[in-house]
Design a protein around this ligand. Structure first.
Ligand code: BGC
Length: 452
């Protein structure tokens, strides 16, 4: 039975982006290199040789983008700050002009009645810190805490909602274990260390927030629920490993003070015994958890697949996005209900949810018809509303993404925006999904009950 959709009156609606994906001008005004400016300058790392040098030119067009959000009736905006704009060497001297950019952005958002949700780290580590080992160096917890303190002192009050890290799993898996993302390592022994230091850095930043800040801070994780390909014991075990690795590796330490037992099973002697006091640091109380949901996967045991011994099984009958991800709205409900079951009543924000489909502006009227994204959005709203009906405390939803942008190593070809960007002219055109989303926001979801 389906229930009518009506989100609570104080539900927070917005869109999300991240610094390197949209800003452009990554080295302007005294900013330092990040691992992404370096990675994208390395031939073969990003599709089509794309880079974030121009991206959506948001660094210079932020006012226009805030005006667009306002026009769409957005109440909040989740963005990330570039550590190497503010601290070109990752630590030490502050680059005032870098800080000023975010000062102007935050003021512009507030002047337009849009609440800023600030993420401190969305993957663009200062290159100078990478030269010192990056996430492999235990000192990074202090480097991150020092950067976080600068940001809290400058912005807390105007910014009332903070996230430490975006998707630590992707940082480790993409950056240190499999290597498609910066810094591009492929090393079984590094991955556990990177994960652990990410969590320590998160914990230190939360500690500093309790000294410096008065509002809310949390961690953003990506969850991809895992379902077994069959009921064979091997596939059930494979599913358990896949789930622990991706979905519980970061939340178990934060909420339960330990890693899932499967980590040792997967990494064997590459998984160290961590000092107990680290878990006290990691387990700082958070005010919320941000969940990014895109898809599910169906897991099958595969002995040769390093190191997890799991492969995803593509569902032939399903719709897939252009990143090859199955459209599976039920997974959003399952993710949220399972989060509550495993970790309790900590408030949740959906910090990202969206889909990559390419629909060019129509020649006739210049509008951008994106029926598949519209369909995904509708279905995801139903799935979200169902999770809330089942008692999950979800406080807000940020659509990924406001703009088509640099999809990391996949370049500009994969478009997640609800607003189309013409990368030659930088013209922005709200897609049909943006127009629907504006109605959803304006009606708190009630418009979804209307016959289509
Ligand atoms: C990331 C975004 C990314 C999106 C789509 C998330 O993993 O936080 O930066 O663009 O997914 O892949």
């Amino acid at each position: 039975m389906t229930h009518p959709i009506q989100f609570p009156a104080n539900f927070l609606w917005g869109t999300a982006t991240s610094a390197y994906q949209i800003e452009g001008s990554p080295l302007a005004d005294g900013a330092g290199h990040s691992i992404w400016t370096r990675f994208s300058a390395t031939p073969g790392k990003i599709a089509n040789g794309d880079t974030g040098d121009i991206a959506c030119d948001h660094y210079r067009r932020y006012k226009e983008d805030v005006a667009l959000m306002k026009q769409l009736g957005m109440q909040a905006y989740r963005f990330s700050t570039s550590w190497s704009r503010i601290l070109p060497q990752g630590r030490g001297a502050i680059n005032q002009k870098g800080l000023d950019f975010y000062d102007r952005l935050v003021d512009e958002l507030l002047a337009n009645g849009i609440e800023p949700l600030l993420t401190l780290y969305h993957w663009d580590l200062p290159a100078a810190l990478d030269d010192r080992g990056g996430w492999l160096n235990p000192d990074i917890a202090e480097w991150f805490a020092d950067y976080a303190r600068i940001m809290f002192r400058k912005f807390d009050g105007r910014v009332k909602s903070w996230a430490t890290l975006n998707e630590p799993w992707v940082v480790t898996d993409g950056g240190y274990l499999h290597g498609p993302l910066a810094p591009g390592h492929r090393n079984l022994y590094e991955a556990p260390i990177a994960s652990h230091n990410l969590l320590r850095a998160h914990g230190r930043a939360v500690q500093v927030y309790r000294e410096e800040g008065k509002h809310q801070i949390g961690l953003v994780v990506n969850i991809e629920p895992k379902y077994p390909a069959s009921n064979s014991q091997q596939d059930l075990d494979a599913t358990r490993r896949a789930d622990a690795y991706m979905n519980r590796q970061y939340l178990d330490p934060v909420f339960h003070g330990r890693y899932p037992a499967e980590m040792k099973e997967i990494f064997d002697d590459a998984w160290p015994d961590w000092p107990q006091e680290d878990f006290d640091l990691i387990g700082q109380k958070v005010d919320f958890i941000g969940i990014n949901y895109y898809t599910r996967s169906v897991s099958r045991h595969e002995e040769t697949n390093w190191p997890l011994k799991v492969v995803p099984v593509r569902q032939a009958q399903a719709t897939h996005t252009e990143t090859g991800w199955e459209v599976f709205p039920q997974g959003l409900t399952d993710t949220l209900v399972n989060f509550k079951k495993l970790y309790g009543d900590t408030p949740v924000y959906i910090m990202e949810n969206g889909s990559a489909f390419y629909d060019p502006p129509s020649a006739e009227n210049g509008r951008v018809h994106d029926p598949l994204r519209v369909d995904c959005l509708r279905k995801n709203m139903g799935a979200l509303s169902e999770a809330m009906r089942q008692g999950v405390d979800v406080r807000g939803y940020m659509a990924w993404s406001l703009l088509d942008n640099l999809e990391w190593s996949l370049g500009y070809a994969k478009r997640f925006g609800i607003v189309h960007v013409n990368f030659e002219t930088q013209e922005r055109t709200p897609k049909d999904s943006a127009l629907l989303y504006a109605q959803i926001v304006a009606s708190n979801g009630a418009c979804l009950n209307d016959p289509q």
